[in-house]
Design a protein around this ligand. Structure first.
Ligand SMILES: C[S@@+](CC[C@H](N)C(=O)[O-])C[C@H]1O[C@@H](n2cnc3c(N)ncnc32)[C@H](O)[C@@H]1O
Length: 447
């Protein structure tokens, strides 16, 4: 790192990482922060995630206050201006102090003259902070998308389905600091012991309204740096994912196939629900990611119960010789539009055209899964998206083509308010305060 005596390390690291993300498509979740001080690391992470999330709105405002074409501005200056504006609008830093820091950074990493431009633009915005320009393109979806920093195609879809008020609520949810589910491994500890640890370490928590073995936290860093994860006493898993396992309802002694299992969050919870008795075969097309399932299984104490097999679930090797399963979980690859609050960059990576490819893959996986279920057994199809063609429509198509399956309600397995009129589980982030997810329980009829 260059010796910058006046700029805080967190800002410098955030700048470096954002520049790297823009030029190499690096993943926002994998930052390179060579900094020993935990507070600085956390701040750098927060700045990177915040700028990524808000980039469309930040760029709109910066364009309004820049005389030239912001899109043509050199990348380093764009990144510095985004960081400065993000701090002014969304962080508690005294704004003038934030501007000074970015002016200094621009002088150091670009050239002295760049400091003047940074100062001019950021201070001009600061003067108008209480009456900032609003987008007025004449297109409601476009305006809302700019204001809430989302791609227009997503907003257009949601406006058609949810209307103005609920769409705005969903967009607001996606931009809030997320809450995380901490699922307690009751095979190793108790909820009381975990919450006592959280209290001792000053981590605020609230109980999940949906699951007795899950608590919600906002600050993950103390947990990541503490012992609970390494000892396999807790797993970080959104309640929506745990609820899918509740809908699968695996029983001790059964054989379960988890077709798209990696990194293993649901596999581990299923093993826990089986009290360590039975067998789960965890498949996944990515052999490397199956290593994460192995690690998690061992950490949580379910290494003997979980078997792993790298395979394309559409064409399992030796499938004719496989025994059928009591229950099959197909947690399908999906657009992930239910988890945007946790994945700052996903909204920009997804294209509307991905949906066609994904629904095709989901259909192929679902059709292949059908034969793996024993007569009388259960197939659970699940996603972490809120898009109907990946969810209800996928299941409707499957049922129309597979007369030996029927939809079985998940009523009684999860809270009533999360059960759809068809008997599936569907959560909406802005309504249910958990990630958006879906699952349907499909029973293979006997005989
Ligand atoms: C939504 S993630 C699964 C998350 C996992 N069930 C959990 O709870 O941790 C989807 C997984 O499907 C896998 N996958 C994609 N295509 C596949 C295929 N054709 N066969 C098997 N696995 C596949 C991906 O590698 C990815 O790990």
């Amino acid at each position: 790192m260059k010796d910058l005596t006046t700029v805080s390390p967190s800002r410098f690291h955030a700048f470096q990482n954002l520049e790297r993300i823009d030029t190499t498509d690096a993943f926002v979740g994998r930052l390179q922060i060579d900094e020993a001080d935990q507070r600085e690391r956390r701040q750098a992470r927060e700045l990177v995630a915040g700028v990524t999330r808000w980039q469309r709105r930040l760029d709109f405002l910066l364009s309004e206050f820049y005389n030239g074409d912001f899109e043509d501005m050199e990348l380093r200056l764009q990144v510095i201006l985004r960081l400065g504006l993000y701090e002014i609008l969304y962080q508690d830093t005294p704004p003038h102090a934030a501007v000074d820091q970015y002016v200094e950074l621009a002088k150091e990493v670009i050239r002295p003259g760049a400091g003047g431009l940074t100062n001019g633009i950021l201070r001009a915005i600061l003067r108008k902070k209480d009456a900032l320009p609003q987008p007025r393109t004449g297109d409601t979806a476009e305006d809302l998308a700019i204001r809430h920093s989302h791609p227009t195609w997503m907003v257009r879809r949601w406006l058609d389905r949810f209307g103005d008020i609920d769409t705005a609520a969903l967009l607001t949810w996606n931009n809030q600091r997320p809450m995380f589910g901490l699922r307690v491994n009751t095979a190793k500890t108790t909820v009381e012991d975990v919450t006592a640890w959280l209290d001792e370490n000053e981590v605020a928590w609230t109980p999940s309204p949906y699951l007795k073995d899950v608590v919600r936290v906002q600050r993950l860093q103390p947990i990541i740096h503490g012992s609970l994860l390494d000892e396999g006493k807790v797993a970080i898993q959104d309640e929506s994912a745990s609820l899918i396992v509740r809908c699968l309802d695996p029983q001790p002694g059964e054989t379960i196939f988890d077709l798209c299992s990696a990194p293993g969050g649901k596999t581990i919870y299923a093993a826990q629900r089986m009290h360590g008795e039975g067998r789960i075969i965890a498949f996944d097309i990515h052999e490397g990611r199956l290593g994460l399932v192995k690690e998690a299984a061992e950490t949580h104490g379910f290494g003997d119960l979980i078997w792993r097999q790298p395979a394309d679930a559409r064409d399992l090797p030796g499938r004719d010789d496989l025994p059928t399963a009591d229950r099959v979980l197909l947690d399908a690859p999906c657009s992930g539009l239910g988890v945007l609050s946790k994945r700052a960059d996903l909204r920009w990576q997804r294209k509307e055209s991905d949906l066609e490819e994904l629904t095709q893959l989901q259909a192929e996986l679902l059709d292949a899964a059908a034969d793996l279920v024993r007569p009388g057994g259960v197939l659970v199809y699940s996603t972490c998206t809120i898009e109907p063609e990946e969810n209800e429509a996928q299941v409707d198509r499957f049922l129309a083509e597979h007369e030996d399956f029927e939809l079985e309600s998940v009523e009684g397995l999860i809270a009533d308010e999360l059960v759809t009129s068809d008997g599936a589980f569907a959560s909406l982030p802005h309504r249910d305060a958990i990630d958006g997810a879906y699952c349907a329980r499909l029973r293979r009829v006997e005989g």
